[in-house]
Design a protein around this ligand. Structure first.
Ligand SMILES: [Zn+2]
Length: 97
């Protein structure tokens, strides 16, 4: 199959666009970021979506924090028998008059 691009051109050769598959002269093709030989129409800068996605910064599941792992410690609070009891007022007994 011969096309309009099959004319003889010294120092050049036929090449195919890796993107659309059309025939071009090798000098017409450009090197794309992914190493493909593409024509000017198909050439494009690397799309941001092609970059690897950064992992989300959400908290991963913490192992070993289930209720079955809670250690219950028995603590007995004892009231101090010498501690004064009753209701205290911050102003009583401190008047200078
Ligand atoms: Zn192309």
């Amino acid at each position: 199959m011969r096309g309009p691009k099959d004319y003889l051109k010294l120092g050049d050769q036929n090449a195919y666009c890796d993107e659309c598959g059309f025939k071009f002269k090798l000098s017409e093709l450009l090197d794309r970021w992914d190493g493909a030989k593409v024509d000017r129409k198909c050439w494009e800068p690397r799309h941001p979506r092609d970059y690897p996605q950064l992992p989300r910064t959400e908290q991963p599941p913490q192992p070993g924090t289930g209720d079955e792992n809670i250690e219950y410690t028995s603590v007995t609070f004892s009231t101090n028998p010498s501690a004064p009891s009753g209701t205290f007022s911050g102003t009583s007994g401190h008047s200078a008059e």
